[in-house]
Structures are given as structure tokens and as C-alpha cells.
Design a protein around this ligand. Structure first.
Ligand code: C5P
Length: 395
């Protein structure tokens, strides 16, 4: 999926803060975002936050001498592949539907033939008001894609339709604009990070996994429209937009959370799960008592369990194999041994753990593909695209 250029118009509603999450999701998916902040939107998010996340100048004024000298507003809307209005408030929808051009956002929307996706968010009663229903119908008749809001508890305490759709749903709608919503309606479980196996209340056995690769994969899958359950070991990474995160500590916790998250269309087990756990001492072990003998007990192999889950087995089960020697040979054997469909082998003898780049080999039933050294985000995008293609081919 090639990166697209998206003009994002942020309207003035309490859901505007979710536009920030959307910006992050779009950028993680490789898209370029040019933000336009309405006067209403500026009451809820700052141009500074929006611009920082977009990595781009935020446009706010219709009559801005600098902007006009650099790039007129007509050009601004025409250079985009898609205009996303998020949140689309009742007021913005009304002005769009009636062809107003009284600020930068509405003028851009009039001065373009670029496709427009409007993501409404408003109070339940506003959404149900005949005027809004009429305006939404008008917009749809003009070719604007207007998403239906989610049903749920509103910021004002009301319950019903009016909530901004989840970021993964917006991402799916964006992807659908280029016929690319390849994981829409699919559920994918991703495990990521290390596990911590407590020895006593203050000590644990762990490993150096940073969780970066797993989180990047979760983000890329969500970027293709998947509903992602991210089962994360102890890492300090932010939750990727559009993912439902379940934080766990031990391998047994992780196994239980994965089991709870089933069924899924695909499972991507990126976590560096401790092979052994410990029955933790109830109180801190004392140095004065001498070096303790710590008995290790085998943890469940989550990947193997999921791959053997019978009717609950995901269509595609993907494992990772971090190796310091013979990465590919080990991965080939691991694919068979664990019953996985694919194994992504990575050589961790260098600086992979915690770094932003990775060199991997994709081991499938058809053979081994050597991928070049890539940023972890790019490994994630390629893998997500492959997963989407495999699921499409399988069903
Ligand atoms: O056997 P090894 O630990 O190298 O296998 C790595 C793969 O198996 C990874 O996908 C990892 O997430 C998964 N795994 C697991 N549960 C374990 C051990 C490994 O899911 N207890």
C-alpha cells in the first residue's frame, strides 16, 4: 500500500481528541496528513498537538497571507488523495450540505473534487434530529461518504448513536477509499513484548524484548482495518491506535488472555514468552538465608496451543523465532514442530532487540523468503499486507 496524502479537517466536538489518534494511525500506515483545524476544533485540540503528530503545518485561516503565498487553499485540497472530516459535527455537516464557504474548512470542501469521508460525532438527539438526518442524506447524495456513528455512552452522559467510530473503523473506511480495506471485519490477536515471571514479590525472570516489533505489527494490522487484540507483556510503549490492549505479566497470564481473545482470523505471536516460570516465594527472599535454589517449571507454549486449538484455531497462525544462530534452519523446524503456518525468523545476534530495524526471513509451507534489513514499521506493514492477502485467499 503506497502512502497517500490525506487532508484532515478537525471539527469542533469533544471527539476531536480522537482525531489525534487517527493522525497517528494514518502516519503509521505510511500516509501523509495535512491538518486543517476549524475554529471549533481549536477549542478541543491545539494546533501544536495536531501539527506535532502530523509532522506538518496545521492550516487554520482562510485569509492567511503566508499560506496563500506558499499554497492557495484550492491547491491545498486538490493535492490530497482524500479529505477526511473528523469529527464531523452537526454544524459542519450542515454547512457542508448547504455549500457554505465561510471558513477555510468549508471553502476547501467546496473547492475540490477530491473524495470526502465524513466521520460524524455528536449528541444522540442531534444525530436523530430531522435537520441532521436531512443534511446527512444531502451529503450522501452529493457523493460524500458519511460513516454512521457508534452507539454507546456519550461524553454528556446520554446513551445511543453519536459516538465517533473507533479509529480502526475509520482506518477501514479510509482504506476502503482505495479498495484496500483488506482486513475489515477480521479479528487478529497479536502477542508482544517479554513476560515477567516473578520469583518473589520484588524479583522476576525476564528478557530483553522491547515489544517494538509486535506493537508495529498490531498497528499495521489495525491500519488495514483489522480489529486487533494486542496482548502485551510489560513494556512502556503506547497502545497503537485502533488496538484493544490487554496487559499481562506472566506467560500463563498471556496464555489465558490469548485464549479469552479467541476466536480470531489470525494470531501473530511476536512475544518473547518465557519458556519457564517459577512458583514465586510469598515473601522477599533474604540474602541472609543464602543463595536460593529456584525451581523452574515449563510454561505453556502459547503458539503451539493456539495452532492446535481445533475448531477455534485461527485461519492463519504466525510465530516468530528469535535466534542467535541458524535462524532460518531453526525456524523451518519450529514451523513444523509448533504447527504454525508461518514463522518469521529473525537473527537477534546483533542489535535487533530494542532497535528500530530488523532483518527477517519469512518461512512458509512454500519455502523461505529473505527480506532485506528494514525498519520494524516496514517489516510490520509487509507482514500485515501478506496476512491480508493470505486471509483473502483462504476465504
Ligand atoms: O520456541 P521459541 O520460544 O523460539 O518460539 C518462538 C515463538 O513461539 C514465538 O512466536 C513466541 O511468541 C512463541 N512462544 C509462545 N509461548 C511460549 C514460547 C514461545 O507463544 N511459551
Amino acid at each position: 500500500m503506497d502512502g497517500k496524502h490525506i487532508l484532515l479537517i478537525v471539527g469542533g466536538g469533544i471527539a476531536a481528541h480522537k482525531a489525534l489518534e487517527l493522525v497517528r494511525a494514518l502516519r503509521r500506515g505510511g500516509d501523509r496528513v495535512t491538518p486543517v483545524l476549524t475554529a471549533g476544533g481549536a477549542h478541543f485540540v491545539t494546533a501544536l498537538a495536531l501539527g506535532a503528530l502530523a509532522g506538518a503545518k496545521v492550516h487554520t485561516e482562510l485569509f492567511d497571507l503566508d499560506d496563500e503565498a506558499e499554497m492557495g487553499h484550492i491547491e491545498l485540497s486538490r493535492s490530497a488523495d482524500l479529505i477526511v472530516v473528523c469529527p464531523a459535527t452537526a454544524n459542519l455537516i450542515a454547512r457542508m450540505a448547504n455549500g457554505h464557504a465561510d471558513d477555510l474548512a468549508t471553502t476547501l470542501l467546496l473547492a475540490t473534487d477530491t473524495p470526502v469521508l465524513a466521520v460524524p460525532a455528536m449528541n444522540v438527539r442531534m444525530w436523530a434530529h430531522p435537520a441532521v438526518i436531512h443534511n446527512v442524506a444531502t451529503l450522501r447524495s452529493q457523493g460524500v461518504t458519511v460513516l454512521d456513528p457508534d452507539v454507546g455512552l456519550m461524553a454528556c452522559g446520554d446513551y445511543g448513536p453519536g459516538r465517533l467510530p473507533e479509529v480502526h473503523a475509520i482506518m477501514a473506511a479510509v482504506a476502503a477509499q482505495w479498495g484496500d480495506a483488506r482486513l475489515t471485519g477480521r479479528h487478529v490477536i497479536v502477542t508482544a513484548g517479554p513476560t515477567h515471571e516473578p520469583i518473589d514479590p520484588v524479583r522476576f525472570l525476564g528478557n530483553r524484548s522491547s515489544g517494538k516489533q509486535g506493537f508495529a505489527i498490531a498497528a499495521a494490522l489495525a491500519g488495514l482495518g483489522a480489529r486487533v487484540t494486542l496482548v502485551a507483556g510489560p513494556v512502556a510503549l503506547p497502545t497503537p491506535p485502533g488496538c484493544t490492549r490487554v496487559d499481562v505479566g506472566t506467560a500463563r497470564d498471556m496464555a489465558a488472555s490469548v485464549e479469552t481473545a479467541l476466536p480470531a482470523d489470525a494470531a501473530v505471536m511476536v512475544a518473547a514468552v518465557a519458556d519457564w516460570g517459577v512458583i514465586p516465594a510469598p515473601a522477599k527472599l533474604k540474602k541472609a538465608h543464602g543463595a536460593p535454589v529456584i525451581e523452574l517449571i515449563a510454561n505453556p507454549d502459547i503458539l503451539a496451543v493456539v495452532a492446535a486449538a481445533g475448531p477455534r484455531r485461527p485461519t492463519l497462525v504466525v510465530g516468530f523465532a528469535a535466534e542467535t544462530e541458524d535462524a532460518v534452519a531453526n525456524a523451518v523446524a519450529k514451523r513444523i514442530g509448533k504447527g504454525a503456518d508461518w514463522i518469521v525468523a529473525n537473527d537477534v545476534s546483533g542489535d535487533v532487540m530494542g532497535s528500530d530495524a530488523n532483518t527477517v526471513h519469512l518461512v512458509t509451507a512454500d519455502g523461505v523468503e529473505d527480506w532485506p534489513r528494514l525498519a520494524k514499521a516496514e517489516v510490520a506493514r509487509r507482514l500485515a499486507t501478506r496476512i491480508a492477502a493470505a486471509l483473502t485467499a483462504a476465504t
